[in-house]
Ligand binder design. Sequence first.
Ligand code: NAD
Length: 434
Amino acid sequence: MSETKGTLSSHLWDSSDLYRNSIMQLQEAAETMQLDPNIAERLKVPKRALIVSVPIRLDDGSIKCFEGYRVQHNMTLGPGKGGIRFHPEVNLSEVAGLAMLMTFKCSLVGLPLGGAKGGIRVDPNKLSRQEAQALTRRYTSEINMIIGPDKDIPAPDVGTDSQHMAWMMDTYSQEKGFAIPGVVTGKPIEIGGSLGRAESTGRGVVYTIQHAAHHLQSVGKPYPKMDHSTTVSVHGFGKVGAVAALEIYQLGTKVVAISDVSGGIYNKNGLNIPEVNLYLSKHRTLIGFPEAESISNEELFGIPVDILIPAAIDGVITSQNVGHVQATIIAEGANGPITNEALKELEGRNIFIIPDVLCNAGGVIVSYFEWVQGIQNFFWSEKEVNSKLAEVMANAFQKVMHVQARYQCGMKTAAFISGVDRLNRAMLLRGLFP
Ligand code: NAD
């Protein structure tokens, strides 16, 4: 009986590396903490998934159908929460894996939210603004029966931004007949967004790096001083990577290499990140930035640095290239950027990993603040948002270090245990329906 069940769930979910890696990490955490096997069984598969076909009229007059997904992994702690990804490689399994990571992330940082994720299999760079709007609106309409401010609240992810959230909010509101800003977070400020939300993920990444540096110093290990003697590489220069690069540059460190999907740039004396941003907004590519040499994304991983921030997509540090990686700290800005085999090797080499569910949690924390401010119709200053963000991130970091010391396990396992522990207690208290 259980074999049949196992086959069915593998067929449905297991096709992506991200999902398989997340399951393996969950299993390792479950064994280490001796998790109730009935809870582990329930956490291995998502609660609910919706696959939708999203037809839109392209600018040339033809109609094209895209495939869209929304997966709700676990909603024991509250409404689902998770971004919407527009990327050509998106599939049900990847979205399910990302939804699972959201469950553990929200639980780890103490939010009253569950884990969800959505996406459309599309290359957003090939869409005109009008096509992107039509796609976002029709997708919202197709998934509207499972989202809502009390049910499941989308946010931006790879390939989407605050404009997409504005279209989602408007579509949902038009269908209900009145404005419902709480259906999404990461909205523009004008329609109920939170100050500091756009910067929150990258900012949180840098907070965790500062905590990691203090921790390494406190246990007498080599640590980055976070001044001009510290070198940093950032893979992915989008909403997370560009902010993390700017924040860490502003601390006085040397950001020597950055990259995006078109390639990277390198300067051993450090890149001037505000000037890179100006160049990027003018030329829409990093390539050609003066006073830097061009490098490939693969070459970026081989540059010896104190801090490496993978902040693009999953599965980029693998058993193939892990041997080239030289860093004291790796901060997982992206979700799942390191495969399990590569992770084991890096841990074996005593590289300090800040796991995704901790490292990039700043985004969902400030999304939660945005949701709370919207419910209260009372909006906070950016200073207040940032100081609350810093407090939540500091507590979460300490929680993970405490678990790591207790179980003498890797940081990834410690972060998963920290997330699963609270959820486990909540699931046992609520029990199984019916
Ligand atoms: P984004 O679309 O704003 O930026 C992605 C960046 O990665 C871009 O610079 C893009 O050019 C680059 N990129 C894409 N494919 C690449 C490839 N194959 N090689 C090199 N670079 C590539 O997305 P984002 O919101 O910054 O998200 C980045 C990662 O952070 C994702 O894993 C996402 O799930 C995670 N994350 C985002 C948030 C958020 O608030 N946006 C929160 C938590 C986690």
